[in-house]
Design a protein around this ligand. Structure first.
Ligand code: NAD
Ligand code: USQ
Length: 396
C-alpha cells in the first residue's frame, strides 16, 4: 500500500516507517522537526542519540535497499501539506504528527494554545486534504486512552449504548481528559467523526495507552536506525522514565499514591496494531475506535516491577512518592475494553522481566548521557504558569 506517515521523525513514527517499508509498502513520511525543537526549548534530549531524519532514511536505504521518502514541513502549513497528499495519493495515512506531552501542554497558556492549535488545526488539514485529494484513503489517527479519563464504569471502545427515559442509542463514550494535550485529542476525535459523516471518509481512531520500550526488529538491523527515548519529566513516559531512573540510581518518581491505572503496550505492539488497522480498513463513511493497549497497570505496580528487575541486576532501586504535580485520581476503578485489535489477530508482547532487563541494558549503554536534573517534575497542573504580574509579551 501507499502509506503516508505523519510525525515520521518521532518515537513511534520512525519505527513504523521502517516496519511498513520492510513489509513491502511504499512509505513517505512528513515531519517538521517540532519535537527536536521542544528539546532545544527545554534543554532536554533523547537518552539514545538519534541521527537526523534524512540520515536515517539514507541508512535505511543502504541497509535494506528500500526507499522511504521524507517531506520536511508542517502539517499546519496547507501550502506545504496539500501537495504532498495530492502527489503521493496515499491509500493509508497514519497520523502521529502532534505535540504529545501532557506536561508540555500544561506549562502555561502559550503552550496550551500551541498544543491545541498544532494538533487540532493540523488534523483538520489532514481531513481536508484527504477529502479533496484522496477520499478513499484510510486515516489511522493516533488518539489516546486518556480521552476517556478514569470513569467509575468500564471503558468501551469509543461508543456506549445508553438507555435514557425509555429510549436507547449508541453514542460516543463520555470524555473526561486530564490535560490540555489530552483535550486536543478529544477535539480531533469529534472532527474526524464529523468528516466521516459528511464526506464519507473512512477513519480508525486508535486510542492508545502509554507506550514503553526501545527496540524493534528493524532498529536491531543497525544502531544508527535507533528511535528516540525520552526520560525527562515533560516528554518521558512513566515506564521509560522509571527504567532510566533505576539505572541512574535516582529514586523512582511515583506521583502521589501511585494508584493511577492506565493501559500500556510495548512499542512493537504499536507497530503491529497500526498495521492490523491498515490491513483491515473500515467502510467509506465509517468512523471506528479501537482501544490500543495490551495490559493495565498502576504506576506503583510498574515501580515495583522495575525495583524487582533492578534487584536481579544488582541495581539498588528505591521508590519515592512525590506530591502529584497533576490533577488526577490516585485510586480509582479502571477497566477498559481492548478486544477489537485482539480479534484482528494482535499477538501482544506482555511486560515481563526479560523485556524490562533488555530495556535496562539499552539504557545502561547510554548511562553517561543521563542528565539527573531533567528527572524531577516542574510543571504543576494547579498553576497557570503565568508570570505574577501581567507582563507577558510573547507572541503566539
Ligand atoms: P513524538 O513527539 O516522538 O513524535 C511526534 C512527531 O510529530 C514529532 O517528530 C514531531 O516533530 C511531529 N510533529 C508534531 N507536530 C507536527 C506538525 N505540525 N507537522 C509535522 N510534524 C509534526 O511522539 P510519539 O511518542 O511518537 O507519539 C506519536 C503519536 O502517538 C502522538 O500523536 C501521540 O499523541 C500518540 N500517542 C503516543 C503515546 C506514547 O506513549 N508515546 C501513547 C499514546 C498515544
Ligand atoms: N507518572 C508518575 N511518575 C512519573 C511520570 C508519570 O507517577 O514520573 C504518572 C502520571 O501522573 C500518570 C501516569 O504516570 O498518572 C502516566 O503518565 P505518562 O507521563 O506516562 O503518560 P501521559 O501523560 O498520560 O501521556 C503519555 C503520552 C501521551 C499519550 C498517553 C496515553 O505522552 O502522548 O497520549 O501517554 S494515556 O496515558 O493512555 O492517555
Amino acid at each position: 500500500m501507499r502509506v503516508l506517515i505523519l510525525g515520521g521523525d518521532g518515537y513511534l513514527g520512525w519505527p513504523t516507517a521502517m516496519y511498513l517499508s520492510a513489509r513491502g509498502h511504499t512509505v513517505a513520511v512528513v515531519d517538521n522537526m517540532a519535537r527536536r525543537g521542544y528539546d532545544n526549548e527545554l534543554g532536554a534530549e533523547s537518552l539514545i542519540p538519534i541521527a537526523s531524519l534524512q540520515e536515517r532514511v539514507a541508512i535505511w536505504e543502504a541497509v535494506t535497499g528500500r526507499r522511504i521518502a521524507a517531506h520536511i514541513g508542517d502539517i499546519c502549513d496547507y501550502s506545504f501539506f496539500e501537495p504532498v497528499v495530492k502527489s503521493f495519493q496515499p491509500e493509508a495515512t497514519i497520523h502521529y504528527g502532534e505535540q504529545r506531552a501532557a506536561p508540555y501542554s500544561m506549562i502555561d497558556r502559550r503552550h496550551a494554545v500551541y498544543t491545541q492549535v498544532n494538533n487540532v488545526a493540523g488534523n483538520l488539514n489532514v481531513l481536508y486534504a484527504m477529502a479533496d485529494h484522496a477520499p478513499d484513503c484510510h486515516l489511522i489517527k493516533l488518539g489516546t486512552m486518556g480521552e476517556y479519563g478514569t470513569p467509575n464504569i468500564d471503558i468501551e471502545e469509543g461508543f456506549i449504548t445508553i438507555s435514557h427515559k425509555g429510549r436507547t442509542d449508541t453514542l460516543p463514550y463520555p470524555k473526561q481528559p486530564g490535560s490540555m494535550y489530552h483535550l486536543s485529542k478529544v477535539h480531533d476525535s469529534h472532527n474526524i467523526q464529523f468528516c466521516c459523516r459528511i464526506w464519507g471518509l473512512r477513519a480508525t481512531d486508535l486510542n492508545q495507552g502509554v507506550v514503553y520500550g526501545a527496540d524493534t526488529e528493524e532498529i536491531r538491523l543497525d544502531e544508527r536506525l535507533r528511535t528516540r527515548f525520552d526520560y525527562d519529566a515533560v516528554f518521558g513516559t512513566v515506564l521509560n522514565r522509571f527504567l532510566v531512573q533505576a539505572v541512574a540510581g535516582v529514586p523512582l518518581t511515583v506521583y502521589g499514591q501511585g494508584g493511577q491505572t492506565r493501559g500500556f503496550l510495548d512499542i512493537r505492539d504499536t507497530l503491529a496494531c497500526v498495521e492490523l488497522a491498515m490491513l483491515n480498513p473500515p467502510q467509506g463513511g465509517e468512523y471506528r475506535v479501537f482501544n490500543q493497549f495490551t495490559e493495565q497497570f498502576s504506576v506503583l505496580d510498574l515501580a515495583k516491577a522495575v525495583q524487582e528487575t533492578g534487584r536481579a541486576l544488582d541495581l539498588e532501586v528505591r521508590i519515592d512518592h512525590l506530591p502529584n504535580p497533576r490533577v488526577e485520581k490516585e485510586a480509582h476503578y479502571y477497566n477498559a475494553v481492548n478486544t477489537s485489535l485482539l480479534s484482528l489477530g494482535l499477538q501482544p508482547h506482555f511486560l515481563n522481566d526479560t523485556l524490562l532487563e533488555s530495556v535496562i541494558h539499552v539504557v545502561q549503554r547510554y548511562k553517561g548521557q543521563i542528565k539527573p536534573h531533567l528527572i524531577l517534575p516542574q510543571v504543576n497542573w494547579r498553576e497557570t504558569g503565568s508570570p505574577p504580574v501581567a507582563s507577558e509579551t510573547t507572541a503566539d
